[in-house]
Design a protein around this ligand. Structure first.
Ligand SMILES: Cc1cc2nc3c(=O)[nH]c(=O)nc-3n(C[C@H](O)[C@H](O)[C@H](O)COP(=O)(O)O)c2cc1C
Length: 188
């Protein structure tokens, strides 16, 4: 079972990568996990004349092709998004818009953070992902702490957050358990 953890921010000084690394580390002993950093896939914004899902003759630029081939390798996904202006990031939305059938019928867990907890970023992804046939699982991680203050220098969650039965570690454990369950059930 292969699970991709997608870092949904590429800006200089970003925090989303720290959250994504912590999530990936927590999946390690349950599945083959790989971090996908959108900085490694500097795709243009979708500019194709025909919608990807309606273009059997589709040819893309090299960077988009690399992204599509990588995404297709996995059985399940954990998208980690910042909240920008009450939504997900443009770079993550574009990485979804260029997909055709690569994540069709596959489960996606969502995690978000932001000064107000990321709920609207999650909601925006729940609207977008069915468009490419993906299944967003009901559970999600609303990381309401400031990422910059929640992790130590080794990217470990601070003990007071880790040991709180209602804190982010407990929430993450529950989301991962469900993502693994859905991934097993839906594995092709
Ligand atoms: C352009 C911009 C818009 C933002 N809008 C929101 C917002 O609507 N809601 C929110 O909770 N946080 C918002 N924030 C705060 C970010 O979620 C926070 O800075 C977070 O660290 C961004 O993730 P990143 O560091 O990986 O880019 C915004 C930040 C930026 C840069």
């Amino acid at each position: 079972m292969k699970i991709a953890v997608v870092i949904g921010s590429t800006r200089e000084g970003r925090q989303t990568d720290r959250l994504a690394k912590w999530i990936a580390k927590n999946i390690e002993h349950k599945a083959d996990v790989e971090l996908l950093d959108l900085r490694d896939y500097p795709m243009p914004f979708l500019n194709e004349a025909i919608s990807p899902r309606y273009n059997p003759e589709r040819k893309t630029d090299a960077e988009t092709k690399k992204w599509l081939e990588k995404v297709a390798e996995f059985d399940g996904y954990f998208f980690v998004t910042p909240e920008y202006n009450r939504s997900t990031s443009a770079v993550l939305k574009n990485a979804i818009d260029v997909l055709a059938y690569e994540i069709e019928d596959k489960p996606v867990a969502l995690a978000a953070h932001g000064v107000s907890g990321g709920a609207q970023a999650i909601a925006s992804l729940r609207m977008a992902l069915p468009g490419v046939g993906a299944i967003t699982i009901p559970q999600a991680l609303f990381f309401s702490e400031m990422v910059a203050k929640a992790f130590d220098d080794n990217d470990e969650l601070k003990p007071e957050l880790r040991d709180n039965p209602y804190g982010p570690q407990a929430q993450l454990n529950a989301v991962i358990e469900k993502l693994v369950w859905y991934t097993q059930k839906l594995q092709k």
